[in-house]
Design a protein. Sequence first.
Length: 255
Amino acid sequence: MKRRNRLLIGLLVLCIGIFCSALTMVVRALIPYLQAGQEYEKLDQICVKEVETPTAERNTKETASDFCPIAVDFHMLKKINPDIVGWIYGEETGISYPVVQGSNNEFYLSHMPDQTYNQSGSIFMDCRNTDRSGSSNEILYGHHMKNGSMFAGLKKYASQDYYESHNSFYYLTEHQNYRLEILRAGVTTDASDVYRTTFQSAQEKEDCTDRWNKKSCITSIFQEKTDAALMTLSTCSYETADARFVVQGQLIGMN
């Protein structure tokens, strides 16, 4: 009987040890999410303010708005990190983040906008992007986080209905704000030419966009402008090891 009791106690201790180890692993995995969420919320509170929507712009969700519903303090952001080059915002999408650009495409995969280490990383612009023009394609990368943060929400653009009610993002910079009119979206690979940053001619751009449109899972409500710069938002997808989900649109300057 005593031997049996010792065995039961031993099994109990073992189970408690396994539970504690598993709990420790879960907590360690959650900490970066919590820290990142707190940091981004802090940036939002310090540097972003909502702007009241003019009456004429209300009740027009089905069309692109010429009014940006937020204002960003870039003077404060530049103090935090000179690498901050913009802010990407999608109304009711859960996407509202500063955009950084480093000297390579690795550092901000695992660092916050204030350059502290965190596995959530930042939304960052491809280091190859330089000038904005009708022949450019600016690429923003962001992790597909399991808690739905960062660029995880891009996957919702696989739905035409979702796209039609969230057809634009806003890209704000220190000197100019843009409306990002979404033209196409879908699954691709990390080797796709959708990640090219420039076009050598108008014809080359047209050939590429025609090809990309055929692979898009949505039908755009916008007329594509040949002289508008493109912007591509990219995150991981999980159909294959190298799968990516991209949302691409055209940047339209706002007053």
